[in-house]
Design a protein around this ligand. Sequence first.
Ligand code: S3P
Length: 168
Amino acid sequence: MHTNQDIIVLIGMMGTGKSTVGAHLAEATGYRLLDLDAMIVQRAGYPIPQLFAEQGEAHFRDLETAVLCEALRMPGSILATGGGAVLRERNCREMLEHGWVVALSASAETIVARVGEDSGRPLLAGGAQARVEALLAERKHAYDFAHLTVDTSGKSPDKVSAEILMHY
Ligand code: S3P
């Protein structure tokens, strides 16, 4: 185990398997699973598409930062973040300070196959394939700060989880 890093933070684009792999990691480690999107929805009182539509993305990002900082103060956690949680530099610094940061990656094809066209993800509205490719290009290096990067394409969540724990 890494000193002072008993929080495993999963980052990566939508559809890279953060929530699913997070559940496997929680099972394997006995840590609690914290899903940042779910915590935001609980805090806001309504679902993410509605949050984006009615309050705007900036408000969503503010909530995301607040909830992230709280979650990072709960040792013994697997923290599955949303794909955009890395967009604020402050968030990345907090993650590196309090957790062991693992980036999950996947090809555009894999991501589209996993999230589909109608995924409740406002940033993919209006055509998943094109939007995924654009976001992947935009965020090309956004996840590079992680301590470890694991490609998830063609791998089961169990395999990804085992690969992560080999390095832990
Ligand atoms: C987002 C990813 C989503 C969710 C929101 C914005 C993003 O989470 O937080 O729709 O900006 O990439 P997932 O990565 O869990 O889909």
